[in-house]
Design a protein around this ligand. Sequence first.
Ligand code: THU
Length: 132
Amino acid sequence: MTQEQQLMDQAKLAAQRTYSPYSHFPVGAALLTASGEIISGCNVENISYGLTNCAERSALFAAISQGHAPGSFKAMAIYAPKVALISPCGACRQVLLELMARDAVVTCQGSDPAASRSWTLEQLLPGAFDSF
Ligand code: THU
């Protein structure tokens, strides 16, 4: 199994741990660290809807909380089974840009594996508000 497949498998497992009683839209994300470790996250919702944390940010915040260096993450896999192809929200794109490695790749998969896509950070957020 390739590292990419392993990463997507972990994103699928994370989606099973979702707390999404309001949207019923499970999402899992898995992050590849510089040392080859995989850290995953899922979306965690709240009755005060705006407090919801997306799977992507859950994974990134978990990894940093566990001591992995910001800017060191090489790849992220995102999985959401209730849509043909998932694509990260704008807020997560800004956070991904700041915390992933510059050349990181983000691979997304929904219910249709044939529709899976990979994006660079520049493709996800062109002309972003960046470090100053
Ligand atoms: N969500 C994610 O976790 N990641 C995405 O890329 C898109 C949206 C979550 C937020 C909320 O819990 C649910 O999916 C519906 O928007």
